[in-house]
Design a protein around this ligand. Structure first.
Ligand code: AMP
Length: 129
């Protein structure tokens, strides 16, 4: 049976549909924020896989890179430029770093809100695991 979205109050509908990362944007869940502007937010990963492990997300809840639309071109370009800036500010630019977008099940995507992993501070293997 189809759900009558109009029957829900905006607040209830919002809290039911918000991703974990939208809640971080809204300051409903705490995070160690390292960069923010109108379009993106960067915060430390709660389970770091490298000495520096930061997640950079668009504030707009784009589900994953494969779900991005042409209208998202500006925010995605901005996000990539800011990834490099956050890496520089985190002191990993000179030694090198890796940017990762996990897209879908086989890639290990766990949070359905587009995020760029910024990983650095140690040598990394290729191919990735
Ligand atoms: P992915 O597997 O690409 O979807 O990555 C999701 C990432 O979010 C993982 O690296 C998690 O450690 C990270 N994560 C999950 N919950 C939080 C949180 N509350 N604060 C910061 N990072 C988180």
């Amino acid at each position: 049976m189809p759900v009558d979205e109009t029957a829900r109050t905006p607040q209830v509908q919002n809290s039911m549909s918000q991703t974990l990362f939208e809640k971080i944007v809204a300051r409903e869940i705490p995070a160690t924020i390292v960069y923010e502007d109108d379009l993106v937010l960067a915060f430390k990963d709660i389970n770091p896989q490298a000495p520096v492990h930061i997640l950079l997300i668009p504030k707009k809840p784009i589900t994953r890179i494969g779900a991005a639309q042409a209208e998202d071109e500006r925010v995605l370009g901005h996000l990539l430029l800011k990834a490099a800036e956050v890496a520089r500010q985190s002191g990993i630019a000179e030694s090198g770093y890796r940017l990762v977008f996990n897209n879908g099940r086989n890639a290990g995507e766990a949070v359905p809100h587009l995020h760029c992993h910024i990983l650095g501070g140690r040598p990394m293997n290729w191919p990735p695991g």
